[in-house]
Design a protein around this ligand. Structure first.
Ligand code: KG4
Ligand code: ZN
Length: 352
């Protein structure tokens, strides 16, 4: 089955042509238009600007993905599109485009949940991956652990009670003086910190909630790091984190990252033990983090669980993951008609 996947839930306009079937799971062509430069001016995503930028980019992005795949609409079997969760104006651009494209080319239309899409990126890097498995999705908007008994059925067994991990990376990165979004730059700064043995320079609270649940809370950690940076700035008489000594900035990034990876790892260890997890998928934008990848790999190895982590190019928002999930939605007969709508939250979209 050849599917076009369309993703526009936040600040990336993405499309991909993917082939899925017995013995084949391959990205034939993909394109992404990033809005980072536009939103960097404001230090975060501005929803209305994001919608307008999607509207400008989407035709060219789909054309480029199709051209890279050497495909014409006649070669496609279906169109999958993210319809929840995300920024409503952004989602509506992708959904409206997909509806028009499907209607014009007489193709079935498949709504895809963004979180399920993130996890589905893993199918593209492991031909043998099949439900049941557990999925840890760590992104700018979500940090949740799911049991996935069937490819279209996700049951949340743990998650953040407040901020997502990616939000904490971005906010701390901003206060340290890194450009938006701070995640990837924090990754590099922390690597320098670990290389200089600065991962223990500061002691920050764990994001693992101290109870029997599989939940996290990142807002306390985020606030503790930001308060620490403000105190250091006051003491040093500098206006912001960018002007702290490099050794201190490295120590902050490494100590924060260590708190995140240890805290995520602790609840995952508990989940593996309590739920008998044998196979884990790590996905979402923050799954690109080199330190988190290492930690989760170590946790899984110690617990005897297998791990599938997509390459960084398939961790951030992309069209291929949406096409991959659309394939399984199609297998389950979950098609939409031209009344398809977009939903900002999972609750509205009937997630499971
Ligand atoms: O999945 P994604 O592309 O969009 C959402 O669905 O939210 O995730 C974006 C998030 C941002 O917070 C970004 O800073 C973070 O993923 N991110 C990283 C890294 N690369 C991207 N965070 C930590 N380390 C990275 N290497
Ligand atoms: Zn995402």
């Amino acid at each position: 089955m050849i599917l076009l996947g369309i993703e526009s839930s936040c600040d990336d306009t993405a499309a991909a042509v993917v082939e899925m079937g017995d013995g084949v799971r391959a990205v034939r062509g993909a394109a992404v238009s990033s809005q980072i430069a536009v939103h960097a001016l404001y230090g975060g995503v501005v929803p209305e600007i994001a919608s307008r930028a999607h509207s400008e980019a989407i035709c060219a992005v789909v054309e480029t993905a199709m051209a890279r795949a050497g495909a014409s609409p006649a070669d496609l079997d279906a169109v999958g599109v993210t319809n929840a969760p995300g920024l409503i104006g952004s989602l509506l651009v992708g959904v409206s485009f997909a509806k028009g494209f499907a209607l014009a080319n007489h193709l079935p239309l498949i709504p895809v949940n963004h979180i399920k899409g993130h996890a589905a990126a893993a199918y593209l890097c492991d031909l043998s991956l099949a439900a049941p498995f557990c999925a840890l999705v760590v992104s700018g908007g979500h940090t949740s652990l799911y049991e996935v008994p069937a490819p279209t059925s996700f049951c949340e067994i743990g998650g953040t009670r407040d901020d997502a991990a990616g939000e904490a990376f971005d906010k701390v990165g901003r206060v340290i003086g890194l450009p938006y979004p701070g995640g990837a730059a924090m990754d590099r700064l922390a690597a320098a910190g670990f290389a200089h043995d600065r991962g223990g320079m500061f002691s920050f609270p764990s994001p693992a909630v101290a109870d029997e649940t599989l939940d996290w809370s990142f807002s306390g950690l985020k606030t503790a790091v930001i308060n620490q940076i403000h105190t250091l700035c006051q003491r040093a008489g500098v206006p912001d984190g960018s002007q702290l000594p490099e050794a201190v900035r490295e120590g902050l990034a490494a100590s924060f990252t260590r708190a995140v990876t240890e805290g995520v790892g602790a609840k995952l260890t508990r989940a593996i033990r309590e739920r008998g997890v044998t196979r884990l998928v790590l996905a979402g934008g923050v799954a690109a983090n080199t330190h988190l990848r290492k930690k989760i790999a170590a946790v899984c190895e110690a617990a005897g669980a297998s791990l599938v982590v997509p390459p960084p190019s398939l961790c951030g928002d992309n069209g291929a993951m949406i096409a991959a999930q659309a394939y399984f939605e199609a297998q389950a007969g979950r098609f939409a008609d031209s009344t398809l709508n977009a939903y900002a939250s999972d609750e509205d979209a009937a997630f499971v």
